[in-house]
Write a protein that binds this ligand. Structure first.
Ligand SMILES: [Zn+2]
Length: 281
């Protein structure tokens, strides 16, 4: 999302919004001010709050959260005709004064993509409750230690991907960070030694910085495939760990899954797949 924010900053800032068309009505979570209030306003900045992108234009903010199946497709030249609502994956199209712009799309049937038009992004509860940003300068090792302590015995994996604890690390990068730090996803958050904490902190900063530098300069359309190719454990169940050669394992939950390397992270032990063991009982 950080890469996308930088990409959109280059493309949009200084341009006026020519029109915004909504194609999937359920994606828009606010009704006042209306989307049409953005028409004619000049884009002044594009920023990120956790996984929310915020396009600010003369006192109004178009904020969106792409969720798992959502994506932004940049086009240097958008078609002239407005999109037809309710067909295909298109949720919203924003067109700038030079005919360029982007489509927000969502594949599948989950409909989690969320779009807001607000005067203040803090009016969006999920933005207002975001934890600290691990890419910010204030996020030092002490800050990480404090929030892991206050998470108590909650499992590291869940703590890292909880946006209220730390903003902007999702399911994929929490897997990557724990693998690089050689920590079990199920380790209690408050049980890290000083060495483990120092490694986790360094790895977290490195992994996120790497992800951004890999994505830099890529068009928005290429970001998703680049993200996948940069991952070492996430989504790679059954493949070989490129650190130790062990086979990457998986734990499934009702609506997500995590991947890890038993040799690197859990002393060779397979973690219980709680969904499966529940079914077997
Ligand atoms: Zn390994």
């Amino acid at each position: 999302m950080e890469s996308l924010a930088r990409f959109l900053t280059q493309k949009c800032v200084g341009h006026a919004i020519a029109r915004v068309d909504l194609a999937a009505f359920s994606a828009l979570k606010t009704y006042s001010p209306p989307l049409s209030a953005l028409t004619g306003l000049e884009v002044e900045g594009v920023s990120r709050h956790g996984k929310f992108l915020d396009i600010s234009a003369q006192g109004l903010h178009l904020v969106f959260h792409l969720a798992r199946a959502g994506w932004l497709r940049w086009k240097d030249s958008l078609p002239d005709a407005p999109p037809k609502p309710g067909r295909g994956p298109l949720a919203l199209r924003l067109r700038l004064d030079d005919g360029s712009g982007f489509d927000l799309t969502e594949a599948g049937t989950q409909r989690k993509l969320a779009i807001y038009v607000v005067a203040d992004p803090m009016a969006i509860p999920m933005v207002a409750t975001l934890g600290p940003d691990p890419l910010s300068e204030e996020f030092d090792q002490t800050a990480l230690a404090e929030l892991l302590q206050s998470a108590g015995r909650a499992q590291l994996k869940g703590v890292l991907k909880d946006q209220r604890t730390i903003a902007g690390i999702g399911n994929a990068y929490s897997d990557e960070i724990l693998h690089a730090a050689k920590l079990s996803p199920f380790k209690p958050a408050n049980s890290l030694t000083d060495t483990e904490l120092a490694v986790l902190y360094r790895v977290m900063k490195d992994e996120l910085a790497d992800a951004i530098s890999r994505a830099e300069g890529l068009a928005a359309a290429d970001l998703k495939s680049e993200k996948k190719s940069g991952l070492r454990v996430h989504g790679r169940k059954g493949e070989k760990c490129d650190v130790c050669g062990d086979t990457i394992a998986e734990v499934s939950f009702a609506d997500s899954s995590l991947q890890y390397c038993p040799t690197c992270q859990t002393g060779g032990k397979k973690l219980a797949d709680r969904r499966l063991s529940k079914l077997l009982k």
